[in-house]
Write a protein that binds this ligand. Structure first.
Ligand code: PYC
Length: 310
C-alpha cells in the first residue's frame, strides 16, 4: 500500500494513494459506511502504532461519484471515520500537487458530508472552502463531574463540536494533560446527558478557547474522537467557531480571523453567508510532504492490525 505523509501546521495526514480497499461505487457517504463495516482492519493497519500513531488522520483517496470533482476522499483516525477534515484536505491538496496530480487553482473534492473546494496556492499552501457550517445550539449547560457546570455552543463545521471557554490555566502546551482530561470529561458528560448535534449526531470534537499570545484572534485546543488533540487549529473546528462568531454578530463576512492551535499553528479563516443561518468558511493553511512510503503486512506480524495507546 503506498502512502504519502504530510503535516498541516503540525497535524499529520497519511494519504492512501494506492492499495486501499475496494469500496465499490456510489456516494461517498455510502462508501464511508462500507469502510467502517467491512474494512476496519485496513483503518487500524494504516493509522495505529506501530505504523502510525494516535494523532494521525488517514485520507483514503477514492474516485469521486460527482463527476465535477477532481477526487473523492474519506478521512479516518484512531477511532473511526470523520465527516470532513480541514487540515487533512489541505494535506491532501499538497500531496496531490507533490504527485503532479493537482495543478494550481481551484478544485472540487467530494467528502462523505458534501463537496468542498480546495485552491492550491503553492506547493505548500492551500485554501479550502468547507461544507456549510452553522450553530445548532447556543450557550447550553452541561454538568461535568469534577468541573461543575460548563457552558458552550454546539456547532457543525463538517463534524460536530462543543465549543467552550478554557479553565483558569488557559490554552497552553504545558496544560495538555489537563486540557485533555477536561475535554474527555466534557465529551462524556454530553453523551451521558444525551446532548447531540442535529439528527442525533454525536458531539465527538471538543474545542476549548483561550487568548492568543502571538497576535492571533484566538487560541484553541481541540480534542478529537479517539482522545488525541489536533496539533493544527482544526479546519472543521475553525469553521464551527466562525459559525458561532457570525451568529453572535462578532465577525463580519470577509474579515480575516486568525485561529491558533495549542501548539502555535495558524489558520487564516473568513466566511460568507450561506442559506439561512449557514456560513461558508474558507481556511488557508500550510502543509508539507514528509514521507512517501510503502506499508508492508507480514503474515506473521502480530501487530499488523495495530494497537491503541490512547
Ligand atoms: O482539521 O478539521 C480538521 C480536523 C478534524 C480532526 C482533525 N483535524
Amino acid at each position: 500500500m503506498r502512502v504519502i505523509d504530510s503535516h498541516t501546521e503540525g497535524e499529520p495526514t497519511r494519504v492512501v494513494v494506492s492499495g486501499g480497499p475496494d469500496l465499490g461505487t456510489g456516494p461517498l457517504a455510502e462508501r464511508r459506511t462500507r469502510l467502517m463495516q467491512d474494512h476496519d482492519a485496513f483503518r487500524r493497519h494504516v493509522i495505529l502504532e506501530p505504523r502510525g500513531h494516535e494523532a494521525m488522520v488517514g485520507a483514503l483517496l477514492c474516485a469521486p461519484h460527482d463527476r465535477s470533482c477532481a477526487a473523492g476522499v474519506i478521512f479516518f483516525n484512531n477511532e473511526g471515520t470523520l465527516g470532513m477534515c480541514g487540515h487533512g484536505t489541505i494535506g491532501l491538496a499538497v500531496t496531490l500537487a507533490h504527485l503532479k496530480r493537482l495543478a494550481p487553482g481551484a478544485h472540487r473534492i467530494e467528502t462523505p458530508v458534501g463537496v468542498v473546494t480546495v485552491d492550491l496556492l503553492s506547493e505548500t499552501e492551500a485554501e479550502i472552502e468547507n461544507v456549510p457550517s452553522y450553530r445548532h445550539a447556543h450557550c447550553i449547560s452541561v454538568e461535568v463531574p469534577g468541573y461543575g457546570t460548563v457552558l458552550g455552543d454546539v456547532a457543525w463545521g463538517g463534524n460536530w463540536f462543543f465549543l467552550c471557554k478554557s479553565g483558569p490555566n488557559g490554552v497552553d502546551v504545558r496544560q495538555l494533560a489537563e486540557l485533555t482530561r477536561f475535554s474527555l470529561a466534557v465529551q462524556k458528560a454530553l453523551a451521558d446527558e444525551g446532548i447531540t448535534g442535529a439528527d442525533g449526531g454525536a458531539i465527538d470534537h471538543i474545542e476549548v478557547f483561550g487568548w492568543s499570545r502571538d497576535g492571533g484572534d484566538s487560541r484553541s485546543f481541540v480534542l478529537c474522537p479517539g482522545g488525541a488533540f489536533d496539533r493544527s487549529p482544526c479546519g472543521t473546528g475553525t469553521s464551527a467557531k466562525l459559525a458561532c462568531l457570525a451568529s453572535d454578530g462578532l465577525l463580519q463576512p470577509g474579515r480575516t480571523w486568525v485561529q491558533e492551535s495549542v501548539t502555535g499553528g495558524r489558520f487564516m479563516a473568513q466566511y460568507r453567508r450561506g442559506e439561512g443561518e449557514q456560513v461558508i468558511v474558507r481556511i488557508r493553511g500550510r502543509a508539507f510532504v514528509v514521507k512517501d512510503a510503502t506499508l508492508l503486512r507480514h503474515p506473521n506480524d502480530p501487530y499488523a492490525d495495530g494497537f491503541r495507546t490512547a
